[in-house]
Ligand binder design. Sequence first.
Ligand SMILES: [Zn+2]
Length: 150
Amino acid sequence: MNFVCPACKSDNVQRLSIVHQGGLSSTKTKSRGSGIVIGGDGVGLGLGSSKTRGTTQTVTSMRAAPPLKKRFLKPLALISLVFFLVSAPIALASDPVVQTAAGFVWIAAIVGWIAFALHYNMTKWPPQKAIWDNSCLCNRCDTIFYIGDV
Ligand SMILES: [Zn+2]
């Protein structure tokens, strides 16, 4: 359960999921029991940094945020909006054939996004989430590192 930062060798590290949660609730509990490290530099620095961290915690929490799945509603609404803005002037001035073609482009864009998002959520997102699940943030030097399958 104890991991060491590959950059600075500190063991004052937290899983990204915990860092993220802590940032959301904006309460920082005691980061580490004392007495684990005797004569090390981990405890003092750890407690010090967690106190000063209060205001920047949201930023840290954002850095520790999990990878997001692609969404559907918002991008589709955006595609439709862009399409409307671009095609409205064209539609006024041009014949039905062009309008129909424009309609097909719009449908193709929507279908294309759905296909892309589904593909992304099913193939690209799971491994990213798995890596995130097993990644830690070093409280000392802010390095994010992967601890491997545990
Ligand atoms: Zn470190």
